[in-house]
Write a protein that binds this ligand. Structure first.
Ligand code: AMP
Ligand code: GLY
Length: 429
């Protein structure tokens, strides 16, 4: 198969790394890709939202399957666009329809979907600017903290956890009346705060049947001990040992099954990955959010644990034949440490040459924001630069392998969190 993969992050390097290991892959193109994908596939200078360009590339290069990494082209309707063209109408695509992608693109839509389908989630109400008075009155009746969520995509910044009523009121006004998050906050979901331990479950689905991939926990804040600003993700571990078999069984019965049944019942075309963000409160799962794609950096810890053929999995998703696929998962641990440009998630300098180690025993280096400069040197080009995944029989060994490689990587002002996985080790002991 000739495969076109869309995206340019560590997630996409991990996808590419798995895809080229499969005998089913003849040629892999990545648009636009990064310096890591360029080493194992052919990068194509196409934006993930250049729908016409993507369509033409598919025709010109006899592409047999398209795999869409990030949410933006999904929420903007790339799948529907390709399906509307007669020459790509039946092309296997991994990625949900625009309606399916609304599960991530609109928090209000996804909360209503959960309610209709009996999926446990925090109590909520949604307000727009004309309902500001009702919104402020609703806040008065809530217990603290109060969670406010911009309805639309806000680059991971649209969720506010307000510790006082005054803060909640001021934030609600800013979001609805002053467009704090632009269009994304023209509607705001006001939600009950869920306490507990957070983790993510990843589901591959063709809209009818599903396979549950390994779960993961990510580390969202820039600072150690989960302090400071939110980022795209600073690390990940899989498996998550506090999510035992009994808990994961509850997730499947109470969350995954009603979600997939809801997609089918409501005729929402969903062939792709569903990322379910969960809170585990006293052993009971509750959904924090759906994303309609794999997580980054969770993918870099989850995909290496898949032992069965990855291209067959993708093809099963895209062609509605997932029920026939036998998923096999390694019991090994995988831990990912993200190395970022100094200053991220605020402003940072680009273009510093990166030194990589010759040996990466027990680990693999995935590229995210990397590029080659005009002299052919590898340089940092984005906020999140590299994602290093270490493997081991246990969490301690996997972390040691990841950090031993991380410590051998350098560039000016590189930063990473040294405490990835430490919270879980403490829970265990
Ligand atoms: P989201 O953008 O929906 O992923 O939310 C960002 C983060 O806010 C989540 O990963 C949680 O840590 C936190 N969060 C969101 N909703 C809630 C909630 N209802 N209760 C507690 N924490 C929440
Ligand atoms: N790591 C969180 C995400 O991919 O949304």
């Amino acid at each position: 198969m000739n495969i076109l993969l869309l995206g340019s992050g560590g997630r996409e390097h991990a996808f590419a790394w798995k895809i080229v290991q499969s005998p089913q892959c003849s040629r892999l193109f990545v648009a636009p890709g990064n310096a890591g994908t360029a080493e194992i596939a052919q990068n194509i200078p196409l934006s993930v939202t250049d729908f016409q360009g993507i369509h033409q590339f598919i025709l010109d290069n006899a592409i047999d399957m398209v795999v869409i990494g990030p949410e933006e082209p999904l929420v903007k309707g790339l799948v529907d666009f390709l399906q509307s063209k007669t020459d790509t109408a039946n092309l296997p695509i991994v990625g949900p329809s625009q309606l399916g992608a609304t599960l991530e693109g609109s928090k209000d839509f996804s909360k209503r979907f959960m309610q209709r389908n009996g999926v446990p989630t925090a109590a909520y109400e949604t307000f727009n600017a004309t309902q500001i008075e009702a919104g402020l009155a609703y806040l008065e009746k809530q217990s603290l903290p109060i969670v406010l969520k911009a309805d639309g995509l806000a680059a991971g910044k649209g969720v506010l956890i307000c510790l006082s009523l005054e803060e909640a009121k001021a934030s609600l006004k800013e979001m609805l009346l002053e467009a704090k998050f632009g269009d994304a906050s023209s509607k705001v979901v006001v939600e009950e705060f869920l306490s507990g331990i957070e983790l993510s479950v990843f589901v591959a689905t063709d809209g009818k049947s599903y396979k549950i991939l390994p779960e993961a926990k990510d580390y969202k804040r820039i600072g150690e001990g989960d302090t400071g600003l939110n980022t795209g993700g600073m690390g990940a571990v899989s498996p998550v040992i506090f999510a035992d078999e009994a808990f994961l069984k509850k997730v499947e019965e109470k969350i995954v099954k009603p979600t997939i049944a809801g997609l089918e019942k409501e005729k929402i075309d969903f062939k792709g990955f569903l990322f379910i963000g969960l809170m585990n409160k006293d052993g009971e799962p509750s959904v924090i959010e759906y994303n309609v794609r794999m997580g980054d950096p969770e993918t870099e810890a989850v995909l290496p644990r898949i032992e069965s053929d990855f291209v067959d999995l993708l093809h099963g998703i895209a062609t509605g034949t997932l029920a026939d696929y036998e998923l096999s998962i390694s019991p090994k641990f995988a831990t990912t440490v993200v190395m970022v440009s100094g200053g991220y998630p605020e402003s940072y300098e680009k273009g510093f040459p990166i030194t990589l180690p010759k040996s990466t025993a027990g680990s693999v280096i995935f590229h995210a924001g990397t590029a080659k400069n005009s002299s052919g040197e590898l340089v940092n080009q984005g906020g999140r630069v590299l994602a290093v995944t270490g493997f081991g029989e246990g969490l301690t060994e996997a972390l040691a392998n990841a950090f031993s490689t991380v410590e051998k990587i350098s560039w000016t002002k590189a930063y990473y969190r040294k405490d990835i996985g430490q919270d879980i080790l403490k829970l265990k002991n």
